[in-house]
Design a protein around this ligand. Sequence first.
Ligand code: ATP
Length: 217
Amino acid sequence: MAHFTVIGLGRFGITASLELIHMGHSVTGVDCSEKIATQYAEELTQTVICDSTDERALKELSLSESEAVLVAIGEDMEASLLTTLHLKNLGVKHLWVKANNAAHHTILSKLGVSKIIHPEEEMGIRVAQALNYPMVSDYIAIGHGYYVVEIEVIERIDNMSLGELLNDKIHIIESLLVKREQDLFPKPNDKFILHSGDILLLCGTRAVLKSLAPRLV
Ligand code: ATP
């Protein structure tokens, strides 16, 4: 279990905070609005009413105990940037900041923030990907053009071996895991028989995974 601090409890900030709580972490939620801080006081580990543009107020937050700090102030770019600058000055190492537009992103990267988040754009891309490949229930980009995709095995593939499914791509797609209800089968080999409803985790380049798509529908 780790501790996180989330500054700005708008829709994005509170959603991230509640998800972290759900995962078993503890979260300090910070907001300048008393109403908002009070509203979430029960659900988060603690909430603090604080204007994060005030460096002295930020110092009171024992940020060194946090694994990472997420700045989720969107609309007020000046407040987001000042907060970020103060957090950098206070030596916060793992800093995630939500950016609202390209100018905001540019300044944040000049301030040395490596984790800049664009939730609307990122969600837009994920939704488009899901619409394009409905059989891919989730994916993560792991860099250098490689992706891990989560695929639900459809009825047509029921009783097919992994080798038959991957066929000529068996050596260029890594089969990581099959999840069958509560059971996990790590590193399944080419003889592994797939069942409808299995969740299959595959890793490969985007182009290779894309070429597999027609076999999955
Ligand atoms: P979302 O889309 O996530 O709802 P947003 O991008 O519209 O958010 P804002 O509503 O501007 O972002 O800010 C999110 C939260 O940050 C609000 O609850 C607001 O009260 C809080 N906030 C804004 N400025 C500060 C500040 N200086 N210090 C602390 N909290 C702040």
